[in-house]
Design a protein around this ligand. Sequence first.
Ligand code: FAD
Length: 396
Amino acid sequence: MDLAFTKEEQAFREEVRQFFRDNVPPETRRKLVEGRHLSKDEMVTWWRILNKKGWGVSHWPTQYGGTGWTSVQHYIFNEELQSYPAPQPLAFGVSMVGPVIYTFGNEEQKKKYLPRIANVDDWWCQGFSEPGSGSDLASLKTKAERKGDKWIINGQKTWTTLAQHADMIFCLCRTDASAKKQMGISFIVFSMKSKGVTVRPIQTIDGGVEVNEVFFDDVEVPYENLIGEENKGWDYAKFLLGNERTGIARVGVSKERIRRIRDLASKVESAGRPIIQDPAFREKLAACEIELKALELTQLRVVADEGKHGKGKPNPASSVLKIKGSEIQQTTTELLMEVIGPFAAPYDVHGDDGSNEAMDWTAQIAPSYFNNRKVSIYGGSNEIQRNIIAKAVLGL
Ligand SMILES: Cc1cc2nc3c(=O)[nH]c(=O)nc-3n(C[C@H](O)[C@H](O)[C@H](O)COP(=O)(O)OP(=O)(O)OC[C@H]3O[C@@H](n4cnc5c(N)ncnc54)[C@H](O)[C@@H]3O)c2cc1C
């Protein structure tokens, strides 16, 4: 297998890079570099710029607005996007529900939802997890009962990312309580503005609010909002989760963070010399970079093998990408904490007694470190990924 990029691919990389240089709002980029949260407006503004260029839903089939790029071009695009860095397209719409709709939805649903997803006219959120049904997702209890031409939905979802911004939700609901647990689930989409939907924020350890509890109390949803067949929702969820895990390696994000570690470690001093000159620190950084290189090569192998596991079926190696990608992301945030040492936890960034020289840029490093504990949990925890590898790859 040839891992070198062709001249055309290198030219494509340069074109993508130049587009980001010319079009990503500088304030948006700065916030991402510093690990800060973006506002809804900042994200939507950028996604619309991307969509106008024709790159908003790049991996979709061309008839729905995709680019027709090769797998290698997609790989390059994502790497450049993450490492520039620029906000990634809203995964809930573009990578999750969009592909489910164009693969399993009917023509009317495709016409109604896909263009709005591409232009983020609707902000989507993912209603899968429930209290007690995270890893054991198939045990979910949120119930959708058919009454004439409507579903009546009751139950609770949790950890629903950015539901406070959402216009639409895609939900796994139990529609046949008598069937085996995986068989009685349906995939239903509906408006978050529906009567009976309540969103309650969950404060995370970094002080942010990016996850929520969502309650459904006799929510009326048109029957036609069912995607695919009734009671086949588990199949669509597996398809969706496989796609989620492939995107989760985030090689470009870790590359950008390593650049930042190198930059800061060359400036911040410890024991009279820049930290980058400390042999113990260098060893840790090198180990992290080697792991990242191995992850990158594994991802390229997955890219090269795309399609070999059956149409629309994700490569089981996506679980490996999820585990290693999340571990490396966490290591990079640990190294950043190590670089800034005591400035990671200033109690007063602007203290005037001279005892605290913390700068504004250090203030975000500890919250970002804590926030990144999530990456080994969401998208299916790393323990669950190991179980998948044991079954699907090793046949245990
Ligand atoms: C920041 C964040 C954002 C999220 N966003 C969303 C979202 O938008 N929409 C959504 O639907 N969900 C979302 N989730 C939920 C996420 O998918 C679940 O948290 C995850 O699947 C784990 O489920 P749980 O939290 O219920 O933990 P549990 O399933 O209770 O697991 C607890 C611990 O036990 C381990 N464990 C459980 N079962 C096994 C087993 N069989 N073998 C070995 N170990 C096991 C787990 O690995 C974990 O360490 C998000 C989660 C986080 C942290």
